[in-house]
Design a protein. Structure first.
Length: 264
């Protein structure tokens, strides 16, 4: 049984922590999903590079519904996602990890629900705590144990992309309470909750956001900082997977109880 999945963001394209890796694919009502499966510490772990293995899928064109549905279908209960982000404040520095706990949605064109009426009906999922508290606690305690600098909370502003933001947008996001900016957490986190899965994002600060950085932002600097910190990220993922107890029930897994539960 595959209980845990890693969704790799920018700079995380290969599941190098896994052994005996093989490629698999699954048909979903939203399209075909290719993913990898491998072993780590006696567990089968699934891996999806969110942007494709060669960073060829733009953030607004990622098939978030298909990816989450596919992971649910193969039995995944817990998703550890990684995300490269720009920082809106100087306390969250280059290379720092942040355990995102809230988001603000500035996306424009994405399907952010499995429930679009018709036979499936309509649901209004609660997102008071959008990111799984249990997974965040596990990540936090592991980081402290292995000596990785991590911020225990942060508000992620999700933009539509693929362009970077203007300084005026960043100033507005900061005034609204945003700490980080990225292009992919929405709708991934929402769909995971609708599918009653535990989901957590490890955000890594790869640049200061537009207008905070003294220079124009380049994709090159994002990749460079990401690459410099991949070993830390791997260590955090490996030690957290060791700690995850997939037999424990979590409130994320009852997110749609009011509607009779999520049905594939
Ligand atoms: N903006 C949006 N997405 C990002 C950034 C940014 O500055 N850095 C990494 N992903």
């Amino acid at each position: 049984m595959i209980n845990i999945a890693i969704i790799g963001g920018t700079g995380v394209y290969d599941p190098t922590i896994l052994e005996n890796v093989h490629q698999d694919e699954i048909k979903t009502p939203y399209g075909l999903v290719s993913y990898k499966v491998g072993d780590f510490a006696g567990r089968s772990i699934a891996f999806i590079p969110r942007h494709g293995s060669k960073h060829s899928i733009a953030p607004h064109l990622i098939n978030y519904q298909a990816n989450i549905w596919a992971m649910k279908k193969i039995g995944v209960q817990k998703i550890l996602a990684t995300a490269a982000v720009g920082s809106l404040n100087t306390a969250m520095k280059l290379g720092d990890f942040v355990l995102v706990d809230q988001f603000i949605d500035f996306t424009k064109t994405r399907k952010s629900t499995f429930y679009e009426g018709g036979d499936k009906g309509v649901v209004h999922v609660d997102l008071t705590s959008p990111y799984c508290l249990t997974l965040r606690e596990a990540l936090l305690s592991v980081s402290q144990k292995i000596g990785i600098v991590i911020h225990s909370s942060g508000t992620y502003v999700c933009t539509e992309g693929p362009r970077f933001e203007t300084p005026a947008e960043i100033a507005m996001f900061a005034q609204m309470g945003g700490h980080l900016v990225g292009m992919t957490n929405v709708p991934e986190v929402i769909l995971a909750r609708e599918a009653e899965m535990c989901y957590s994002t490890i955000a890594m600060v790869t640049n200061y956001a537009a207008g905070i950085s003294p220079n124009p932002i380049t994709y090159g600097e994002v990749i460079e900082i990401m690459n410099e910190n991949t070993e830390k990220l791997k260590k955090l993922l490996m030690n957290t997977i060791l700690l995850i107890d997939t037999t424990l029930d979590c409130s994320c897994q009852q997110a749609l109880a009011e509607y009779g539960g999520f049905k594939l």
